[in-house]
Design a protein around this ligand. Structure first.
Ligand SMILES: *Cc1c(COP(=O)(O)O)cnc(C)c1O
Length: 377
């Protein structure tokens, strides 16, 4: 990739050439069959990726716009229980505090969620539950299915941030009882940043909040999307819609099962490298919580600075993420989302290994070889 940094971030991610090319067209009238067909294609392809038969609405705005649209449209004025074990769970909680009467059920970042406290909160009348499926900040995969069961039992609405799981890992929104699922364009879908897609169940539509936000009102989005050809209430980010359709077409071409298998293999290789190096993983896994299959995080060992590892890799043209907030300077996170594949993982693992060597730190073993073992299987 001439004159480009290899982005191994948990979003944004590298985009296929055809996805980039899809943004080059002349402006079009967005109230047109051209835009409507594009929107329809995105919805048709994303439905099985979300694991839903429900309507999917595409919004111009990043993942957080999807979060706020979901909460502002369905949790406004309601009792909300927000599960938090990382930065993005916290963000859902903070948005919920603006719109509803919210209890944050907090765990240490990267640790198990407190499902007993959730059950208690539901007994006490919580009407809406928010959860991040793949908590990117702590590289942990949370038990969406279990939370869905609790929501069903108490007839609560379930809002799921699937921003870094949808398109890269298994999501079964309908089977798990998810009422509102959210994805962002620049993560596993490998589309440009700036769009969010939100699926909405019948149950959620029946419980629409009153006095919803203006710009992020999902009822308005639905009314426009119900038109034929499909429309959006206000001018959409047309070039991004075009690129998103192409990114979705590539997902369809690869097949979602193959895509998930690829993400799992790549993340397994990074996890194994870290294990051989002797680095402590960020997520604390148990029977219900697993390490993420789309981003892998490790703690830096004592005496190693973030700049020594990420700084060196960046100099070599490979960029991945550090820690956010309380994890700043303490962890690093390697994404394997979207169209990332074996060569990129090998290059990244090799360069990280070299960075530790340059920093004078003796790792436990050859993580590169361990990763290659998995990748070549
Ligand atoms: C990236 C991310 C978001 C926020 O998305 P933006 O596109 O930055 O608004 C929300 N949730 C999760 C889990 C994410 O990884």
């Amino acid at each position: 990739m001439y004159n480009q940094t290899l982005l191994m971030m948990p979003g944004p991610v590298p985009m296929a050439e055809s996805v980039r090319g899809a943004m080059l067209n002349q402006a079009i009238n967005h109230r047109s069959k051209q835009l409507g067909d594009c929107y329809s294609d995105i919805v048709r392809i994303l439905q099985p990726v979300f694991g839903t038969k429900n309507e999917i609405l595409v919004l111009s705005g990043s993942g957080t716009a999807g979060q706020e649209a979901a909460i502002g449209s369905f949790a406004k004025g309601k009792k909300v229980a927000s599960l938090v074990n990382g930065k993005f769970g916290e963000r859902l909680g903070l948005i919920s505090q603006i719109y509803g009467e919210t209890t944050m059920i907090e765990s240490e970042w990267g640790h198990a969620l407190n499902l007993e406290a959730l059950a208690e909160s539901l007994e006490n009348g919580a009407e809406v539950v928010t959860l991040v499926h793949n908590e990117t900040s702590a590289a942990i995969l949370n038990p969406a299915e279990e939370v869905g069961k609790l929501c069903k039992k108490h007839d609560a609405l379930f809002i799921l941030d699937g921003i870094t799981s949808i398109g890269g890992d298994v999501v079964k929104a309908d089977e798990w009882g998810v009422d509102v699922a959210i994805v962002g364009s620049q993560k596993c879908l490998a589309a440009p940043a700036g769009l969010a897609a939100v699926s909405v169940s019948e149950k959620a539509w029946e419980r629409l909040s009153e006095n919803r936000p203006f710009y992020l009102d999902l009822k308005k989005a639905k009314k426009s999307a119900d038109a034929s050809p499909k429309e959006t209430p206000t001018t959409p980010a047309v070039p991004l819609f075009m690129a998103m359709r192409e990114a979705c077409r590539l997902i369809e071409e690869e097949g979602i099962e193959n895509r998930i298998a690829r993400h799992r293999k790549l993340s397994a290789a990074v996890r194994e490298a870290g294990k051989v190096w002797g680095l402590a993983p960020v997520p604390q896994v148990d029977a219900l919580h697993a390490a993420s299959n789309t981003v892998t995080g490790f703690f830096y060992p004592e005496g190693i600075e973030d700049s020594q590892i990420r700084g060196f890799c960046k100099k070599m043209g490979i960029e991945f993420a550090g820690g956010q907030d309380r994890f700043k300077g303490k962890i690093f996170r390697v994404g394997n989302m979207g169209i990332i594949d074996t060569p990129e993982i090998l290059a990244t693992v090799a360069t990280i290994q070299l960075a530790f060597k340059k920093a004078g730190f003796k790792l436990g073993g050859d993580g590169l070889e361990a990763a290659a073992e998995i990748l070549s299987a």
